[in-house]
Design a protein around this ligand. Structure first.
Ligand code: URA
Ligand code: URA
Length: 322
């Protein structure tokens, strides 16, 4: 229940004393109180670093009278009926539908749109990081299809994104757009968001981007978590080391080892790959080919047909370039 406790502590620090809770959320909280053995988080555990491991021991007792209000991808009842199967880190799997203001998955398109819009309104007013608020021109919430099968997660807005209020519209964004199109999608069909919604301030520089700090990432990540819980894509592509770290915690190996290897976030397959800004710095076709191979894996996972032309991008025998 680490994520739940983090979230509650965060809201208390914001001065909130009352929370709108769904019946499902109320059940979960009651079960926490009734379970003295519920694990407490180690103090060093960063709230954004969660890899959901396969469910092991059922650790949460669940009150028998309420059916779960959650959709098909949330934890299921054990055959006995009264337990919610949960791994030590599965609080996030239980979070959809927990808050009264965050509906569970299995939503209609309209409800999903409305929930995302309500979230956008909250995020646009966010002042959790005063130093970023002081510098930003726009909050960059995210863009695309609220029912996307595929979500791209980047690091943080750069100058162009800050100017326009839209993610991935600068040079790296234009390359990402070409990758998306080469995959057979439009930007409107997928969803694009970042770990950080505000541009990391660069007081001593007029250009360039600074990597978000761990505190900034932990502070902003709950927003991306809500976005992803509402959209529930079939696949998430994590663009670059920072996106991987924000979603999954600090990986034991670097991005060059991790890319191309399926990971998971809340049961959703995650494909780590290089950031398009890296491909702009390193123009070697071999590096682009690696990203493209990762995207071919994504297409396969989505059950999309792959054309011969797509298969041959960036190979020696192909003149096709992004
Ligand atoms: N780089 C990112 O990680 N995100 C953007 O939105 C733009 C550039
Ligand atoms: N190094 C990074 O930090 N990101 C990449 O995408 C590639 C190399």
């Amino acid at each position: 229940m680490h994520a739940l406790i983090d979230e509650l502590e965060w809201r208390r620090r914001l001065g909130l004393r009352f929370l709108p809770l769904s019946p499902h959320g109320m059940d979960l909280l009651q079960s926490l109180v009734q379970t003295p053995s519920a694990p407490t988080p180690p103090p060093s555990s960063p709230s954004f670093a969660r890899v959901v491991v396969p469910a092991a021991e059922p650790t949460l007792a669940r009150s028998p009278h309420k059916p779960p209000t959650s959709g098909p991808r949330t934890p299921t009842h054990s055959p006995g009926g009264n337990e919610l199967r949960a791994s030590p880190n599965s609080a996030e799997m239980a979070l959809p539908g927990l808050w009264g203001d965050t509906p569970a998955p299995g939503l209609s398109r309209e409800a999903r749109l409305a929930a995302l819009e309500a979230l956008r309104t909250r995020v646009l007013q966010c002042t959790r990081c005063p130093h970023l608020v002081a510098q930003r021109k726009n909050v960059v919430f995210g863009v695309g299809n609220p029912e996307a099968e595929l979500v791209f997660v980047g690091e943080a807005p750069g100058a162009e994104e800050d100017e326009k209020g839209e993610p991935f519209v600068g040079p790296a964004g234009q390359l990402l757009t070409r990758i998306i199109q080469a995959m057979g999608f439009t930007r409107e069909q997928v969803y694009i968001a970042n770990i950080l919604k505000c541009r990391p301030d660069t007081p001593s520089q007029t250009s360039g981007n600074r990597k978000p700090t761990p505190v900034e990432m932990a502070t902003c990540f709950p927003y991306l978590r809500e976005q992803l819980q509402l959209i529930r894509p079939k696949v998430i592509v994590a663009l670059g080391a920072t996106a991987v770290e924000g979603l999954l915690g600090k990986p034991p190996t670097g991005i060059s080892k991790l890319r191309g290897q399926w990971q998971q976030w809340e049961g959703i397959p995650v494909m780590p790959t290089y950031h398009p800004a890296y491909l702009l710095r390193n123009q070697a076709p071999a590096e682009k080919r690696k990203v493209w191979e990762d995207m071919l894996q994504v297409l396969q996972r989505l059950g999309r047909p792959i054309t011969e032309r797509q298969r041959n991008y960036f190979t020696r025998s192909s003149l096709e370039r992004l």
